[in-house]
Design a protein around this ligand. Structure first.
Ligand code: SF4
Length: 100
């Protein structure tokens, strides 16, 4: 199975993709939840909570794509932490190692 950063956007129409922020599940959430200070203790709980919001977000793919293209270094975007995104980029550069 080949690894890819692209996932189908099937929950939203083209207009929603263009204006993906308007459809964000986190629109009414505290911004601090998506920019935790650290990765342990209370910050870990915030990351888990933020990822739970992302899991039901209709524009998760567009959000993640934006974060990857613009190299967002901080925060939860598209259900990923900065460490998740670094790993995704590393893995995407090694397609042969992931196909089997
Ligand atoms: S995927 Fe997560 S961070 Fe991105 S818009 Fe949706 S809820 Fe917000």
């Amino acid at each position: 199975m080949a690894f890819t950063l692209e996932r189908p956007v099937d929950e939203v129409d083209d207009q929603a993709v263009v204006n993906w922020r308007d459809y964000a599940a986190c629109k009414s959430c505290s911004p601090e939840l998506f920019f935790p200070a650290g990765t342990t203790g209370a910050a870990f709980d915030e990351i888990v909570a933020a990822k739970a919001v992302c899991a039901v977000c209709p524009v998760q793919t567009a959000c993640l794509r934006f974060a990857l293209v613009t190299n967002q270094a901080y925060g939860i975007w598209g259900g990923t932490t900065e460490a998740d995104r670094v790993l995704m980029k590393r893995l995407s550069r090694r397609p042969a190692a992931l196909s089997a």
